[in-house]
Structures are given as C-alpha cells and as structure tokens.
Design a protein around this ligand. Structure first.
Ligand code: FE2
Length: 398
C-alpha cells in the first residue's frame, strides 16, 4: 500500500511539474493554450499582507490559492479581471507566519463580453513566503543595485542567496537602464531572472534614476506595486529594524532639466521630507531598536559640481532630518563604486554605505549590531564583514 501511495504521489508531482513547465493543461474548445512567462514574484510584504504578481502570454483569469484553500482573485470593483499581467493582494494575514501559495490561471477568450469562454483551471507548484514580524530578534536581507540590464550578472548574484537565510531581497534601483519601456520589456529586465528567489522571498524595490527615465516611467509601478499611496517612498518594519525607503528621482542635472525643467526633483523631495518628518515620529519607527534608510542616490556631499547636485542637495536638506530621527545606517547605490562614509564625515550622524554595480550586500541586523558583507557574483567576499554598532540615539524631531 505504501509503495502504491508513493507511486501515486510521484505521479501527482510529475503532473504538477509538467503543468508548471508547460504552463497549462489542454485547453477547452474555443480557448487557447497559455504559458506563465514571468513570475510569480512577491512584493509589498507587510505584517498582514503581500502582493503576488506574474504574467501570462495569453489573456487569463488569475488567482492566488493559499495552503488552506482560500482563493484570492484578481478583481476590480467586484469583477474578476482578465489580463496578462496579474496582481493579487493577499490580505488578512498574521505576522511572522509562513504562507504557502500557488498561482492559478485559466485562459479566457473574452470575445463575447456577456459570456466569455474559459479554459481549464491550472495551478502552479507551491511557493512559500513569510510575513514580516517586528518581534523577530533579527533581520536579514540581501541587496543588489545598478544591474543595468545585465541578466547574467543578475542571475549570478541571486545564485548565492540562500532563501532560508533572508527575510527579503532589496533591489536598490537601476535594474534597467534608461529606455522607453513597455510592461513586457520591464518584466524581462526587472524581474525576469528572479525565479524561485522572487517567488519565495519578498522583493523590496527602491527606484533608481534610470527607472525614472523614458516614456514608460509610470509602468515601473505596475511591476512593483505598492498598496501605499506613494509607490517609491514608504516604510516597513522587519524584526528590530524600521526601514524608510526614499526616492531621489533624477540624479543628473542636465537630465533633470530636460525631464522636469528643474535641476533636481526639489518639490518631490520636499514632499518626501514632509512625509518622512511625520512618519518617523510614529511609534513603529521611533521605537524601533534599529533604523535604516534606503535610497538609490546616497545623500553624500562629495564637493563636486553640477552632476552630483541632487546628492549634495539631499545632504544639506534631507540628511539633518534623518540625523534627528536617529537613523543608524543609510544604504545607497548609484555611484557604481563601493564607498563607506563613517558617521561624522559629511554632516552625517550615521554611516553611509554605497554598494557598487558588481556586488551583493548581505545585511544582518541583530542585538545592537548591523553586519554588512560584500560578495561578488562568484560568491567571494570582497569586503570583509563590517560591524556597525547601533547605539540608542535620541529622537529630536518636533
Ligand atoms: Fe546606475
């Protein structure tokens, strides 16, 4: 009997794997076959919710099915949606809990709007993600940035990330280079290589200056949607660490002038300052043992002229606010070289660490320390683990 059961389990598994590989069962008459093209990937993780996305090459109805059988359909104003990019917000969850899920699809022929024709329901293999939890003792994540469309490099950096050793993956901007992007081409370069890492590890996205260029600028939000009103600046909490993610917009003065008519995104940055001032007073941030600021363009003042004005502007205007909020570390990108600016070197009460365009950071936060190690794409340590002690600072924002 045991042998029979085992054969049955193998057969079920084989069918499931083949469904994932082929993307579908034979379609019903009047409908077409389909494939899952990209994903799933998970983003906008919180303590009670997360968002799952994937794309299909044919119009499908999509849903997420949790281990307990609960189905969450992609819907709009009470109607189940048909489309090729699928976005499902899963809500009502518990903090610090692993949720197994599958994505479901059935191909739709919408030619008859009153009575569309459906193919068979197809479920993917099982994936699992864990919701954030402020009570967790530690927080662990990996960071990559300035990939600039190098798909092999992207995949190589991912390759060494052990999913079970990380709470999330931070993409800190410029995953693409400037272009007039469509959703399809964005998917290829922003999330194409993610594979099991995107399906089982929440992705935190911080916009780079290149993601702010071109006619497809508003489409990036479709790949990394946020339930919050502003897609590129937000906060979240995981374990002892509170995170504030910011968006400098364009970093080149000439580009900024061409795109907006201003040398920097000053109005947008001032909007973020107002928001940051309020949000950093809230208990979840104010009382967090560790506070980390993430943004693509680091708030450094290198004393250089025009091309670096946004960095300098933020160093002069935004950084003092972060000092007052007791931020412990800023993680930046954009410069395509590794830099570490200790506290007190450029108006900063906390270190500013800049990752280059070749490496992955592994960040570990626990009991009064932030440990940061730099790895190359072969998995070699290129900058030994830096121990950044966290000291309880006074919050002086009024
Ligand atoms: Fe870049």
């Amino acid at each position: 009997m045991k042998a029979l059961l085992s054969i049955f389990r193998c057969a079920v598994l084989a069918v499931a794997v083949s469904l994932v590989l082929t993307g579908s069962r034979p379609p019903q008459a009047g409908t077409q076959d389909f494939h899952v093209e990209y994903g799933p990937w998970v983003t906008d993780m919180s303590e009670q919710a997360f968002t799952v996305l994937w794309s299909t090459d044919e119009v499908c109805q999509g849903w997420v099915q949790l281990d307990n059988g609960r189905r969450i359909y992609e819907d709009y104003a009470g109607r189940k949606l048909f489309g090729t990019l699928h976005t499902v917000r899963v809500e009502g969850l518990s903090r610090g809990t692993e949720y197994g899920y599958r994505i479901g699809n059935r191909v739709v022929d919408p030619a008859n709007p009153r009575r569309p024709a459906y193919g068979q329901e197809v479920l993917s293999e099982r994936y699992a993600v864990t919701t954030f939890d402020p009570n967790r003792k530690k927080c662990r994540f990996s960071v990559m940035n300035d990939v600039h469309m190098r798909l092999d490099h992207y995949a190589a950096l991912l390759d060494d990330i052990r999913i079970s050793d990380n709470d999330f993956l931070l993409l800190n901007g410029d995953i693409i280079s400037a272009g007039n992007w469509t959703v399809d081409s964005l998917l290829k370069y922003e999330v194409g290589p993610l594979g099991p890492w995107g399906a089982n590890l929440p992705v935190v996205f911080s916009r780079g200056n290149h993601e702010g260029r071109g006619s497809g600028v508003a489409l990036v939000e479709k790949v990394f949607p946020k339930a919050a009103s502003a897609p590129y600046y937000y906060t979240f909490r995981e374990g002892p660490a509170a995170f504030i993610v910011l968006d400098a917009g364009e970093t080149g003065v000439k580009n900024a002038l061409a795109l907006t008519g201003d040398r920097i995104y000053e109005a947008y940055l001032r909007e973020q300052m107002e928001w940051a001032k309020a949000v950093m007073k809230e208990p979840f941030f104010r009382n967090a043992p560790v506070k980390i600021c993430i943004l693509h363009a680091p708030m450094i003042d290198p004393g250089l002229p025009d091309d670096f004005v946004p960095h300098t502007w933020m160093n002069h205007h935004f950084l003092p606010l972060l000092n007052k909020a007791g931020v412990d570390l800023m993680i930046g990108a954009d410069l395509h070289e590794y830099q570490y600016h200790p506290a007190g070197t450029m108006n900063n009460d906390f270190p500013i660490l800049v990752n280059d365009d070749q490496s992955r950071l592994e960040v570990r936060v626990r009991s009064g320390h932030i440990y940061v190690t730099v790895y190359d794409e072969a998995g070699n340590v290129t900058v030994p683990t830096r121990d950044i002690p966290v000291t309880r600072k006074k919050h002086t924002i009024r």
